[in-house]
Design a protein around this ligand. Structure first.
Ligand code: DGY
Length: 323
């Protein structure tokens, strides 16, 4: 039998995934789930054949250049790979894989959760009840805004954007979207959506704006103060993609001055640190990067990582090559 590959996993994964990995590989698990420091990562990549990492590990050029000659695959547990220096990996002939598809539906659910929570002021309501400060029903308490028949703008009409659009349609919403190129006609017709090539033209037309685009050099801070100023004052912004796509200082200013109505955030620039100014704002719903956090999806992500490794061991390629 061929020698089992040496595989390091940077974070604790669902039990059934860790059991399967332990059967297949000579695996080192992170039982207490403490994130590795940069130095620990540098030492780890010196000896392993395969590294399984996730969004909390910054796999930069220093780490990649420290990799031993055995490291040939970085298998990311997650779809976004902005935390990995892909150019440095390419230079070292290291393949990088990710786990698309399997988290689409749950991430779209979470975007819709944020839309509904923010529109219906669910966070504020929950805080009142939890403080035992609710004095009873009144005709004017916590009046939110309806989503039915409102317009949802989606930036990034990939898998998650489309899954969100289908859900929003079920809530009676109209869909506008901005993407590098329009979706094919079949998808556009199914979702009954309107394409805006120009983001600036779409922004003033929407009541809700959802960010569903990957974080890249092109999308960093695309929602900046001048674009926020184009939104209607009743608009609610929702971000389940990456914090750095939105200029958070500009967003805080828009929320404070009420030039937009609210925001629902699952991701933050520099997370897990969160700009404390958000905590002072009632019109914001803040979640801790829960997009793909269901047992079903996290198990499926783990098995997608395994599928990538198995293909790599078979023929030096992967199912989900991101480079
Ligand atoms: C992803 O898969 O990119 C999620 O944000 C979790 O990492």
């Amino acid at each position: 039998m061929l020698k089992k590959p040496t595989v390091a996993v940077t974070r604790k994964l669902p039990k059934q995934v860790e059991i399967k990995m332990s059967e297949l590989y000579n695996v080192s698990l992170n039982k207490d789930d403490k994130p590795f420091t940069k130095l620990e990562l540098i030492n780890l990549v010196k000896t392993v054949d395969i590294l399984i990492c996730g969004v909390t590990d910054v796999i930069d050029a220093d780490i990649i250049s420290s990799a031993g000659k055995n490291l040939k695959l970085v298998a990311n547990f997650g779809v976004g790979v902005n935390h990995i220096d892909l150019q440095a990996a390419t230079r070292k002939n290291i393949i990088v894989s990710n786990t698309p598809d399997v988290l689409t539906e749950d991430t779209a659910d979470l975007a819709l959760t944020l839309i509904l929570m923010t529109a219906r002021r669910a966070g504020e309501g929950e805080r009142i009840v939890r403080k035992n400060a609710w004095t009873g029903w009144t005709p004017t308490q916590l009046m939110g805004t309806r989503v039915f028949e409102k317009t949802l703008g989606i930036i990034g009409m990939g898998r998650i954007g489309q899954a969100l659009a289908k859900r929003a349609k079920g809530f009676g919403m109209k869909i506008h979207y901005h993407n590098r190129r329009p979706c094919n006609k079949e998808i556009e017709d199914e979702i009954e959506s309107i394409y805006f090539e120009n983001l600036e033209e779409m922004l003033p037309t929407v009541d809700f704006l959802s960010i569903n685009t990957p974080f890249t050099n092109e999308t960093a801070n695309i929602i900046n103060s001048s674009r926020l100023d184009l939104l209607k004052s009743n608009c609610i912004l929702v971000n389940t993609a990456r914090g750095g796509i939105v200029d958070e200082d500009a967003l805080i200013h828009s929320l404070k001055t009420k030039t937009i109505a609210g925001a629902g955030l699952d991701v933050y620039d520099g997370e897990p640190k969160i700009n404390p100014e958000f905590f002072q704002l009632e019109n914001v719903v803040l979640l801790p990067h829960l997009g793909s956090a269901t047992l079903e999806t996290r198990v499926a992500m783990g098995f997608r990582v395994i599928a990538n490794i198995e293909k790599f061991l078979e023929n030096n390629s992967v199912v989900d090559n991101v480079i």
